[in-house]
Ligand binder design. Structure first.
Ligand SMILES: *Cc1c(COP(=O)(O)O)cnc(C)c1O
Length: 361
């Protein structure tokens, strides 16, 4: 609890996520996918319990809820991670991907249009995932607009900031957090870009009382004498047992300090900018969009097929491994800087290597 509070404060998250607040708190999960799945379950069952029509022996059960799971709808950007759709498959709810604007950002009016159409059809919208830092190109959904729409329609808003969340340790990036006060849950992976070893995925919840009403089972073998005095993290996650992951956070925070981590994040962004510059200046390559955080999206000037062939050749050469993405029929390559070992010279080498492979095609 102390580590999650330290981390929340270091990232400028609102006080209502702190364990010392009235209703909030954080928990360390394994992965972003697990956090999305878990919060979707909580949002789903919370809504179904609220609408509960029948109660048996004084116990409310979600099985007697007035709302059918199959009529419930969750939303995310078309650029949201596949883990969102997977969570919907596992939760047996519908998933409706939402479009994005010219900046690859999911906007409030685009979401609201989908919500209204679904309500018209008799469906029950309940859950929205906003992505801060999409996997394709590290674009940012408009949290403030989405938050206002979710508040208006009573939907749970979850943030997936798996990769880019680490950047919020630097205050100059926090304009992207505007609207955070409207969010029900916020997740990012210190194991991606904050020097913590896999696995360590931080999830904060605004209203922990919702965890006490759903997915809350108390069999005799788990009961203890401090039941209502301490936080039982088994209600905050899928597994029962937990690893001591906070120790990894403690070591990283104590070793680097907040200023050390800020320096690290800014350093990787500077290196990414250096690489983006090399791309812009090269006559054979172009940026797909400007650098975002530590990610550079670029392509060889030419067709998608030429870029596919280039990637295949590069990855088969085994000196570098890149992962592609495709948006609106444009195929591009992605280079992210996450290693403490990367230098400007490595990036010069990457460009030369790519030119060599390009000439051989
Ligand atoms: C990496 C990533 C994920 C998946 O992360 P896991 O922790 O492996 O589940 C989800 N969403 C985004 C935006 C990501 O960048």
């Amino acid at each position: 609890m102390i580590m999650m509070d330290w981390l929340a404060k270091a990232m400028g998250l609102p006080d209502h996520f702190l364990s010392t607040s009235e209703n909030g708190g954080g928990v360390i999960h394994t992965t972003a996918c697990e956090s999305t799945l878990f919060t979707l379950f909580v949002a789903r069952d919370h809504l179904r319990l609220k609408s509960d029509t029948g109660s048996q022996n004084g116990h409310s059960t979600v099985s007697s809820s007035a709302i059918n799971v199959s009529s419930m709808v969750a939303y995310g950007s078309k650029l949201a991670h596949s883990g969102v759709e997977k969570a919907c498959l596992m939760g047996a709810v519908q998933y409706h991907p939402v479009g994005y604007d010219d900046n690859y950002s999911m906007r409030g009016h685009l979401l609201e249009k989908e919500i209204e159409a679904d309500i018209e059809k008799g469906l029950t919208p309940f859950f929205v995932v906003a992505t801060l830092g999409t996997i394709h190109c590290c674009s940012f959904d408009n949290l403030k607009e989405l938050g206002e729409v979710c508040e208006k329609w009573g939907l749970w808003l979850h943030v997936d900031a798996a990769y880019a969340g680490s950047a919020f340790i630097c205050p100059e990036t926090r304009h992207l957090l505007a609207g955070i006060e409207l969010v029900q849950s916020f997740n990012f992976n210190p194991h991606k870009w904050l020097q913590v070893q896999f696995d360590c995925s931080a999830l904060w919840i605004k209203d922990r009382q919702k965890l006490d009403t759903v997915l809350h089972l108390d069999p005799i073998y788990l009961q203890h004498s401090k039941q209502d005095e301490i936080v039982d993290f088994r209600h905050w996650q899928i597994p029962l047992g937990r690893r001591f992951r906070s120790l990894k956070l403690w070591f990283v925070l104590r070793s680097f300090g907040v200023t050390g981590l800020q320096k690290w994040i800014r350093g990787t962004m500077d290196l990414a900018e250096y690489f983006a510059d090399l791309i812009t200046k090269s006559e054979h390559f172009e940026l797909f969009r400007p650098r975002s955080m530590g990610l550079v999206c670029f392509r060889a000037k030419g067709s998608n097929d030429q870029n596919r062939a280039l990637l295949k050749s590069l990855n088969e050469g085994r000196e570098i491994h890149l992962i592609p993405a495709e948006i609106d029929d444009t195929y591009f390559l992605r280079l992210a800087i996450c290693s403490t070992q990367t230098t400007q010279k490595d990036l010069d080498d990457v460009l030369n290597l790519m030119l060599r492979h390009l000439q051989k095609l």
